[in-house]
Write a protein that binds this ligand. Structure first.
Ligand SMILES: [Zn+2]
Length: 168
């Protein structure tokens, strides 16, 4: 991936798992546009690797289709610029936003994952169907919890509401 905001020239991209590159997990259009460094700390890099190994790659395998990552890790500054919650799991390398159009709509993807992940004993903290436009999937909460929550984000009177469960 080009135009990546990196700490220095010694940065070398690598494959975190069969289908995910490290560069995909730290890429941010907002960071590129604003020339902000979106490179994680060693701890946050480790969290990204854990999330990928334990959840995102197994999920990718079950979906059996290309997963397009729009954003995983967000530095404090990038999170602020995209209007993310101050307690966002993205800041810790625990969350990823993606689409999988060749599998189906975000609604269909969340419906599938909510059934298949528990069946295979794959833990997660949250899966959110975001406005039926993308999926947010978190391995852990910032405090390390794995609540197994399924939520639906919807705009109600211009405000974002998080509804319990998958709602059409
Ligand atoms: Zn997200």
């Amino acid at each position: 991936m080009t135009n990546i905001c990196t700490p220095d020239e010694t940065y070398v991209d690598y494959k975190v798992s069969e289908n995910f590159w490290f560069s995909e997990l730290i890429h941010s259009d907002t960071a590129d546009r604003n020339h902000i460094n979106n490179y994680p700390s060693k701890q946050h890099e480790k969290n990204l690797i854990d999330s990928c190994t334990n959840l995102w790659q197994p999920m990718r395998k079950l979906l059996g289709n290309v997963v397009t990552v729009s954003c995983a890790y967000r530095s404090e500054k990038v999170n602020e610029l995209v209007g993310g919650s101050s307690t966002s799991a993205h800041k810790y390398g625990y969350a990823m936003d993606f689409k999988c159009p060749s599998f189906g709509t975000p609604y269909e993807v969340v419906d599938f994952l909510s059934k298949v992940l528990p069946k295979y004993g794959i833990k997660f903290d949250q899966i959110i169907c975001e406005f039926n436009s993308w999926i947010h999937i978190a391995w852990k909460s910032p405090s390390g919890k794995q609540r197994g929550q399924i939520l639906t984000a919807k705009k109600v009177n211009g405000k974002t509401k998080y509804l319990t469960g998958l709602v059409k």
